[in-house]
Design a protein around this ligand. Structure first.
Ligand SMILES: *Cc1c(COP(=O)(O)O)cnc(C)c1O
Length: 262
Protein backbone atom coordinates (compact mmCIF):
# COMPACT_ATOMS: atom_id res chain seq x y z
CA UNK A 1 0.00 0.00 0.00
CA UNK A 2 1.30 3.40 -0.96
CA UNK A 3 1.17 6.34 1.40
CA UNK A 4 -0.86 9.48 0.84
CA UNK A 5 0.76 12.83 0.24
CA UNK A 6 0.02 13.88 3.82
CA UNK A 7 1.56 10.70 5.22
CA UNK A 8 4.63 11.24 3.07
CA UNK A 9 4.89 14.80 4.32
CA UNK A 10 5.02 13.38 7.85
CA UNK A 11 7.77 10.95 6.83
CA UNK A 12 9.75 13.75 5.23
CA UNK A 13 9.45 15.95 8.33
CA UNK A 14 10.69 13.10 10.54
CA UNK A 15 13.55 12.36 8.16
CA UNK A 16 14.55 16.03 7.92
CA UNK A 17 14.67 16.15 11.73
CA UNK A 18 17.09 13.20 11.68
CA UNK A 19 19.23 14.83 8.99
CA UNK A 20 19.26 18.17 10.83
CA UNK A 21 20.35 16.54 14.08
CA UNK A 22 23.14 14.60 12.36
CA UNK A 23 24.33 17.74 10.54
CA UNK A 24 24.36 19.60 13.84
CA UNK A 25 26.43 16.91 15.55
CA UNK A 26 28.84 16.82 12.59
CA UNK A 27 29.05 20.61 12.36
CA UNK A 28 27.83 20.53 8.78
CA UNK A 29 25.25 22.54 6.88
CA UNK A 30 22.04 20.90 5.69
CA UNK A 31 22.93 22.06 2.15
CA UNK A 32 26.07 19.90 2.18
CA UNK A 33 23.97 16.70 2.16
CA UNK A 34 21.79 15.89 -0.84
CA UNK A 35 18.73 13.75 -0.26
CA UNK A 36 18.21 11.15 -3.01
CA UNK A 37 14.68 9.71 -2.82
CA UNK A 38 14.96 5.99 -3.61
CA UNK A 39 11.70 5.28 -5.41
CA UNK A 40 12.41 1.70 -6.52
CA UNK A 41 9.33 -0.56 -6.34
CA UNK A 42 7.10 2.48 -5.83
CA UNK A 43 4.81 3.69 -8.61
CA UNK A 44 4.92 6.91 -10.61
CA UNK A 45 2.24 8.43 -8.34
CA UNK A 46 4.60 8.15 -5.38
CA UNK A 47 7.22 10.01 -7.43
CA UNK A 48 4.66 12.74 -8.19
CA UNK A 49 3.90 13.09 -4.48
CA UNK A 50 7.61 13.31 -3.72
CA UNK A 51 8.05 16.03 -6.35
CA UNK A 52 5.23 18.05 -4.83
CA UNK A 53 7.03 17.74 -1.48
CA UNK A 54 10.13 19.28 -3.05
CA UNK A 55 12.14 16.22 -4.15
CA UNK A 56 14.73 17.00 -6.84
CA UNK A 57 16.76 13.76 -6.98
CA UNK A 58 15.55 10.17 -7.28
CA UNK A 59 17.39 6.87 -7.08
CA UNK A 60 16.43 3.69 -8.94
CA UNK A 61 18.14 0.31 -8.90
CA UNK A 62 17.00 -1.06 -12.21
CA UNK A 63 17.44 0.71 -15.52
CA UNK A 64 14.08 -0.43 -16.85
CA UNK A 65 12.26 0.95 -13.86
CA UNK A 66 14.19 4.20 -14.11
CA UNK A 67 13.14 4.52 -17.77
CA UNK A 68 9.52 3.93 -16.85
CA UNK A 69 9.46 6.77 -14.34
CA UNK A 70 12.14 9.21 -15.49
CA UNK A 71 12.39 9.11 -19.30
CA UNK A 72 10.08 12.10 -19.64
CA UNK A 73 11.81 15.22 -18.33
CA UNK A 74 9.98 16.96 -15.52
CA UNK A 75 10.50 19.95 -13.32
CA UNK A 76 11.12 20.01 -9.60
CA UNK A 77 9.43 22.60 -7.40
CA UNK A 78 12.62 24.66 -7.24
CA UNK A 79 12.54 25.07 -11.03
CA UNK A 80 15.42 22.67 -11.69
CA UNK A 81 15.07 19.54 -13.79
CA UNK A 82 14.39 16.38 -11.77
CA UNK A 83 17.51 14.21 -11.70
CA UNK A 84 17.62 10.42 -11.91
CA UNK A 85 20.38 8.45 -10.17
CA UNK A 86 20.95 4.82 -11.13
CA UNK A 87 22.17 3.22 -7.91
CA UNK A 88 22.00 -0.51 -8.66
CA UNK A 89 24.54 -2.59 -10.59
CA UNK A 90 24.16 -2.18 -14.37
CA UNK A 91 24.89 -5.02 -16.79
CA UNK A 92 27.11 -4.12 -19.72
CA UNK A 93 24.26 -4.40 -22.23
CA UNK A 94 22.16 -1.92 -20.21
CA UNK A 95 24.83 0.77 -19.90
CA UNK A 96 23.59 2.71 -22.90
CA UNK A 97 20.04 2.86 -21.57
CA UNK A 98 21.38 3.82 -18.17
CA UNK A 99 23.44 6.64 -19.69
CA UNK A 100 20.37 7.96 -21.49
CA UNK A 101 18.03 8.04 -18.49
CA UNK A 102 20.48 8.86 -15.71
CA UNK A 103 22.12 12.09 -14.64
CA UNK A 104 24.42 10.11 -12.38
CA UNK A 105 25.32 6.42 -12.09
CA UNK A 106 26.55 5.43 -8.63
CA UNK A 107 27.46 1.80 -9.21
CA UNK A 108 30.37 1.70 -11.66
CA UNK A 109 32.97 -0.91 -10.75
CA UNK A 110 35.00 -1.80 -13.85
CA UNK A 111 37.20 -0.12 -16.41
CA UNK A 112 35.17 -1.80 -19.17
CA UNK A 113 32.05 -0.03 -17.93
CA UNK A 114 33.88 3.32 -17.86
CA UNK A 115 35.16 2.84 -21.41
CA UNK A 116 31.76 1.80 -22.70
CA UNK A 117 30.03 4.74 -21.03
CA UNK A 118 32.49 7.15 -22.64
CA UNK A 119 31.72 5.73 -26.10
CA UNK A 120 27.97 5.77 -25.45
CA UNK A 121 27.92 9.31 -24.05
CA UNK A 122 30.04 10.66 -26.92
CA UNK A 123 27.38 9.39 -29.33
CA UNK A 124 24.40 10.86 -27.45
CA UNK A 125 23.22 14.35 -28.41
CA UNK A 126 23.53 15.88 -24.96
CA UNK A 127 22.61 19.50 -24.43
CA UNK A 128 24.51 21.01 -27.34
CA UNK A 129 24.73 18.04 -29.70
CA UNK A 130 28.31 17.33 -28.69
CA UNK A 131 27.64 14.37 -26.46
CA UNK A 132 26.18 13.89 -23.01
CA UNK A 133 28.25 14.69 -19.95
CA UNK A 134 27.54 12.00 -17.36
CA UNK A 135 28.41 11.97 -13.67
CA UNK A 136 29.64 8.63 -12.37
CA UNK A 137 30.57 7.29 -8.96
CA UNK A 138 32.54 4.15 -8.23
CA UNK A 139 30.95 1.63 -5.92
CA UNK A 140 33.24 0.12 -3.33
CA UNK A 141 32.25 -3.01 -1.49
CA UNK A 142 33.46 -1.56 1.79
CA UNK A 143 30.96 -3.60 3.76
CA UNK A 144 32.99 -6.59 2.54
CA UNK A 145 30.06 -8.84 2.05
CA UNK A 146 30.13 -11.51 -0.61
CA UNK A 147 26.72 -10.73 -2.00
CA UNK A 148 27.32 -7.05 -2.60
CA UNK A 149 28.63 -5.64 -5.83
CA UNK A 150 31.33 -3.03 -6.22
CA UNK A 151 35.09 -2.82 -6.22
CA UNK A 152 36.87 -5.00 -3.72
CA UNK A 153 37.97 -2.86 -0.81
CA UNK A 154 41.57 -4.02 -1.21
CA UNK A 155 41.61 -3.27 -4.93
CA UNK A 156 39.76 0.05 -5.07
CA UNK A 157 42.85 2.24 -4.77
CA UNK A 158 44.75 0.34 -7.47
CA UNK A 159 41.68 0.56 -9.68
CA UNK A 160 41.48 4.34 -9.30
CA UNK A 161 45.21 4.72 -9.93
CA UNK A 162 44.82 2.67 -13.10
CA UNK A 163 41.91 4.86 -14.15
CA UNK A 164 43.94 8.02 -13.58
CA UNK A 165 46.59 6.63 -15.92
CA UNK A 166 44.04 5.61 -18.54
CA UNK A 167 42.39 9.02 -18.42
CA UNK A 168 45.47 10.57 -20.03
CA UNK A 169 46.07 14.29 -19.88
CA UNK A 170 43.38 16.15 -17.96
CA UNK A 171 42.59 19.83 -17.75
CA UNK A 172 42.37 21.59 -14.42
CA UNK A 173 38.57 21.43 -14.57
CA UNK A 174 38.65 17.65 -14.85
CA UNK A 175 38.07 17.10 -18.57
CA UNK A 176 40.29 14.17 -19.48
CA UNK A 177 41.77 13.25 -22.83
CA UNK A 178 40.31 9.76 -22.92
CA UNK A 179 37.02 10.24 -21.03
CA UNK A 180 35.90 13.75 -21.97
CA UNK A 181 32.18 12.90 -21.52
CA UNK A 182 32.50 11.46 -18.02
CA UNK A 183 32.90 13.26 -14.75
CA UNK A 184 34.34 11.06 -12.03
CA UNK A 185 32.35 12.42 -9.09
CA UNK A 186 33.32 10.20 -6.16
CA UNK A 187 32.56 6.96 -4.38
CA UNK A 188 29.50 5.03 -3.29
CA UNK A 189 29.06 2.26 -0.79
CA UNK A 190 26.35 0.30 0.96
CA UNK A 191 26.94 0.04 4.71
CA UNK A 192 26.99 -3.14 6.71
CA UNK A 193 23.21 -3.31 7.00
CA UNK A 194 23.36 -5.24 10.27
CA UNK A 195 20.61 -3.19 11.86
CA UNK A 196 23.24 -1.43 13.97
CA UNK A 197 24.20 1.85 12.29
CA UNK A 198 27.53 2.11 14.12
CA UNK A 199 28.69 -1.06 12.35
CA UNK A 200 28.94 0.98 9.14
CA UNK A 201 31.13 3.75 10.55
CA UNK A 202 34.42 2.12 9.68
CA UNK A 203 33.51 1.47 6.07
CA UNK A 204 32.12 4.99 5.64
CA UNK A 205 35.32 6.46 7.09
CA UNK A 206 37.37 4.26 4.75
CA UNK A 207 35.42 5.57 1.79
CA UNK A 208 35.96 9.19 2.82
CA UNK A 209 39.71 8.70 3.19
CA UNK A 210 39.94 7.16 -0.28
CA UNK A 211 37.77 9.87 -1.86
CA UNK A 212 39.79 12.68 -0.26
CA UNK A 213 43.02 11.13 -1.46
CA UNK A 214 41.89 11.10 -5.09
CA UNK A 215 40.21 14.51 -4.97
CA UNK A 216 43.57 15.88 -3.84
CA UNK A 217 45.19 14.43 -6.98
CA UNK A 218 43.10 16.73 -9.18
CA UNK A 219 43.33 16.26 -12.96
CA UNK A 220 40.71 13.70 -14.00
CA UNK A 221 39.67 13.63 -10.34
CA UNK A 222 39.07 17.38 -10.07
CA UNK A 223 35.32 16.73 -9.53
CA UNK A 224 35.80 13.80 -7.15
CA UNK A 225 33.94 15.51 -4.30
CA UNK A 226 30.97 13.22 -3.70
CA UNK A 227 30.39 10.44 -1.18
CA UNK A 228 27.18 8.50 -1.72
CA UNK A 229 26.58 6.67 1.53
CA UNK A 230 23.87 6.27 4.13
CA UNK A 231 20.39 4.76 3.82
CA UNK A 232 17.34 4.67 6.09
CA UNK A 233 19.13 2.66 8.78
CA UNK A 234 22.50 4.40 8.94
CA UNK A 235 22.20 7.89 7.48
CA UNK A 236 23.26 9.67 10.69
CA UNK A 237 26.56 7.79 10.85
CA UNK A 238 27.07 8.43 7.12
CA UNK A 239 26.52 12.18 7.57
CA UNK A 240 28.95 12.23 10.48
CA UNK A 241 31.50 10.50 8.25
CA UNK A 242 31.13 13.00 5.43
CA UNK A 243 28.35 11.70 3.17
CA UNK A 244 27.26 14.21 0.51
CA UNK A 245 24.40 12.07 -0.84
CA UNK A 246 22.19 9.93 1.30
CA UNK A 247 20.00 7.43 -0.54
CA UNK A 248 16.74 7.02 1.34
CA UNK A 249 13.84 4.78 0.39
CA UNK A 250 11.99 3.19 3.29
CA UNK A 251 11.93 6.24 5.59
CA UNK A 252 10.15 8.23 2.86
CA UNK A 253 8.08 5.80 0.81
CA UNK A 254 7.57 3.01 3.36
CA UNK A 255 8.39 -0.67 2.95
CA UNK A 256 8.86 -1.98 -0.58
CA UNK A 257 6.59 -4.69 -1.93
CA UNK A 258 9.07 -6.86 -3.84
CA UNK A 259 6.30 -9.06 -5.19
CA UNK A 260 5.07 -6.18 -7.30
CA UNK A 261 6.57 -5.79 -10.76
CA UNK A 262 6.22 -2.25 -12.04
C1 LIG B 1 17.24 0.27 -1.90
C2 LIG B 1 18.49 1.03 -1.81
C3 LIG B 1 18.59 2.15 -0.97
C4 LIG B 1 17.48 2.62 -0.05
O1 LIG B 1 17.45 1.84 1.09
P1 LIG B 1 16.45 2.16 2.32
O2 LIG B 1 16.98 1.31 3.40
O3 LIG B 1 15.09 1.78 1.88
O4 LIG B 1 16.56 3.60 2.62
C5 LIG B 1 19.79 2.86 -1.00
N1 LIG B 1 20.82 2.48 -1.78
C6 LIG B 1 20.76 1.41 -2.57
C7 LIG B 1 21.94 1.05 -3.41
C8 LIG B 1 19.61 0.64 -2.61
O5 LIG B 1 19.57 -0.44 -3.40
Amino acid sequence: MEFTLEEMRGHLDALEARIAEACKIAGRSRESVKLVWVSKFHPAEAVENAISLGATDFGENRVQEAELKFSAPRMAKDGSRVRCHVIGPVQSNKLKKAAIVADCIHSIASIEAVEKLERVCAALPGENGAGKILDILFQVNAGEEETKSGLDVHEAEAFLNGLAEKAGVATEDGKSENFPHLRFRGLMTIGKNTGVAEDSRECFAFLRTLQQKFLAKGGAFAHFDQLSMGMTGDLEVAIEEGSTMIRVGTALFGERDYSKQL
